[in-house]
Design a protein around this ligand. Structure first.
Ligand SMILES: Cc1cc2nc3c(=O)[nH]c(=O)nc-3n(C[C@H](O)[C@H](O)[C@H](O)COP(=O)(O)O)c2cc1C
Length: 171
């Protein structure tokens, strides 16, 4: 059976709402908090399916706990062939609508450049923002939630995303 790992970079715990729902639905015992529990890249490579979370910061950047990891993967060209990933995180479409959820777009580029397969694209329909690196056509490359402005939509979005994932992953 495919081994599933959940990794989450978060400042205030908002992205953990998604991580915890994934853990619950997919029977994963532990969410790895990037700031507290992450050891090294081998930890990522020990899973077949990776649910990778990051809130967005600065000018559309990943959470700081991801920065060195991303740099190492890119500079050492660490191969993620055969790995399937799904991306998630929290953002703010009003105060930071110029880079809403862009951290997912950055992680998408990092991991697809080293041959990971990405599942779990999510329709942009119903979101309002100016720009996002996470947008690919009419979908985000994962699930973005906004607890500041669109809290009421979060449960439904997570449920819908989990259905998409179960379908694509045959789980
Ligand atoms: C200084 C600062 C910069 C931010 N930059 C962005 C951004 O570029 N894009 C975005 O969508 N949200 C941005 N946010 C909003 C956070 O991503 C949002 O508060 C999110 O809920 C934090 O989730 P977390 O608790 O999982 O870290 C920013 C927030 C702060 C305080």
């Amino acid at each position: 059976m495919a081994k599933i790992g959940i990794f989450c970079g978060t400042a205030g715990g908002t992205s953990m709402i998604i991580a915890d729902a994934l853990a619950n639905e997919f029977g994963v015992d532990e969410v790895i908090n990037m700031e507290e529990d992450f050891d090294d890249i081998d930890q990522l490579l020990s899973y077949d399916i990776l649910f990778l979370g990051s809130s967005t910061w600065g000018q559309g950047d990943v959470h700081h706990s991801w920065v060195d990891v991303v740099l190492e993967i890119e500079s050492d060209d660490i191969d993620f062939s055969g790995k399937t990933i799904a991306l998630f995180g929290a953002g703010d479409c009003v105060k930071h609508g110029e880079h809403f959820g862009s951290a997912l777009g950055k992680l998408y580029k990092t991991f697809t450049d080293v041959n990971a397969k990405v599942v779990g694209f999510f329709p942009i329909e119903g979101y309002k923002y100016d720009f996002s690196l996470a947008q690919h056509g009419d979908k985000f490359c994962g699930l973005v939630i906004d607890q500041h402005n669109e809290k009421a939509k979060t449960d439904e979005r997570i449920e819908k995303w989990i259905d998409i994932l179960k379908d694509e992953l045959n789980l």
